[in-house]
Write a protein that binds this ligand. Structure first.
Ligand code: ADP
Length: 421
């Protein structure tokens, strides 16, 4: 296997977003859940994304996790490296974007890297180093109230300068629109001025593609998922990657189920749509809190119904119901109870032969995947924007679609199974 791009992502859903972007641009991509244990068989891949949970850890911890991922990716022979963070540059003055980038540069022996969280499709753009969310500066958006990483300064060069002792610079819009050669010249002149970290402006996908091409020779690139869009074409230009490569997943047959722990508006619609035509079991969070073995009840209910036709098991509820549960149990406790119940059900379903599973909810997906002991995912075709089918690695291969919150059309649950591949 020739591994072209080795990626380190600071959270799980961000890693999936990046993997999905790379697959769409023609790279066969595997997402690993942390640095894998020895012995895991990894299918041929052009890109590997190691998903960490390092965004909100103390900086020294995030650095050592990222370096461990880098060591593994280097041993796998990657030719270029990518550090993925959120499109809203989620971080604090202590890190972790600056310290992790510094450590990765040092380990790779590279003097220069770039930073670009822009994601125009989701209305994240960078102009003169200022990050916009829609028509607002980052610091005026909801991100200013984020519980862990409140973003109160919209200037990325300023934010980054507080996280690193290295000199920070900017490749402004005026240079980006002049194209690849101008951008590369600007990389050179910034380096002559002693700049080690360059923030890049980008407002459209076209800018991201141009920037991607300009970064072909950098050892390390850092950014959101958008910045990775232009990288696969570099490998095609060099004859290292066949153009238009399609990522086919292995055939996985067997009983199917949908597990939904998301209470987002789109998921509520998807649950009521599927309930009209399929067998469904509702999890009552208060019954779980009262000590009833709801997981066992759900599994007994499911055991006579499992087939190619998916069953639905859900805790999805409307905001009023969720609020009343949270008032009684506390938000975190309620969430943890429901996640634990759905995870137990997922394990029970797989033990009863289920091989194809759609899971709704970001946190819920994380809990289910870790309960199932999944170490990695091969990424396949998109079902709806941002939600690909995946196949778990390891001996027991499962078809998994992990859908967070507001993704997917109302018929997502029922249409998804036909799109596996
Ligand atoms: P989303 O991606 O839509 O945000 P998540 O799975 O990330 O979904 O978050 C939903 C949270 O709500 C989870 O912690 C889940 O356990 C919790 N939850 C699910 N159903 C209920 C319910 N009926 N009452 C209270 N909390 C619930």
């Amino acid at each position: 296997m020739t591994l072209l791009l080795g990626c380190i992502a600071d959270d799980f859903t961000g890693a999936t977003d990046l993997a999905n972007t790379l697959v769409k641009a023609g790279m066969r991509t595997v997402q690993l859940l942390g640095v894998p244990r020895a012995g895991l068989t990894i299918p041929d891949a052009d890109a590997i994304v190691v998903a960490l949970k390092s965004r909100s850890n103390p900086a020294p911890e995030a650095v050592s996790m990222s370096l461990a991922a880098l060591t593994w990716l280097r041993a796998a022979g990657a030719r270029q490296y990518y550090f993925k963070y959120c499109s809203t540059f989620d971080s604090t003055d202590r890190g972790n974007i600056g310290p992790v980038a510094d450590a990765l540069c040092d380990a790779l022996g590279t003097p220069f890297t770039v930073f670009n969280p822009a994601f125009p499709t989701n209305k994240r753009t960078v102009y003169q180093g200022y990050l916009f969310v829609g028509d607002m500066l980052l610091s005026e958006s909801g991100m200013r109230h984020h519980p862990l990483t409140p973003m109160t300064d919209p200037s990325l060069p300023r934010v980054l300068a507080r996280q690193t002792s290295r000199k920070v610079g900017l490749v402004p819009y005026g240079t980006v629109v002049r194209g690849v050669a101008a951008i590369r010249e600007s990389f050179d002149s910034l380096q002559r001025e002693g700049v080690r970290h360059a923030v890049l402006d980008a407002i459209t996908d076209e800018h991201l593609l141009t920037l991607g091409e300009a970064c072909a020779d950098l050892a390390l690139i850092t950014g959101g998922s958008g910045m990775a869009m232009g990288l696969p074409a570099n490998f095609v230009r060099r004859g290292l990657l066949e153009p238009g490569r399609v990522s086919a997943l292995p055939a996985i047959d067997g009983p199917a189920a949908v597990l939904s722990g998301s209470c987002s508006t789109a998921t509520q619609q998807q649950v009521s749509d599927m309930r009209r035509t399929h067998d469904a079991f509702e999890i009552d969070a208060l019954a779980v809190a009262d000590g009833r073995d709801v997981a066992r009840e759900a599994l007994e209910w499911a055991s006579t119904r499992l087939s190619e036709r998916p069953v639905l098991i859900y805790s999805t509820a409307d905001p009023k119901t969720v609020e009343s549960v949270q008032v009684r149990l506390g938000r975190d406790h309620a969430g943890a109870l429901v996640e634990a119940t759905l995870s137990q059900i997922a394990k029970g379903l797989v033990a009863r032969g289920v091989r194809r599973l759609v899971v709704a909810g970001g946190e819920t997906s994380g809990a289910v995947v870790s309960a199932l002991g999944v170490q990695g995912l091969q990424i396949g075709a998109e079902i709806d924007p941002g939600v690909p089918w995946t196949a778990s690695l390891g001996e027991q291969r499962l078809a998994l679609a992990l859908k967070s919150g507001n993704f997917g059309t109302p018929d997502f649950f029922t249409k998804s199974f036909a799109k596996y591949g």
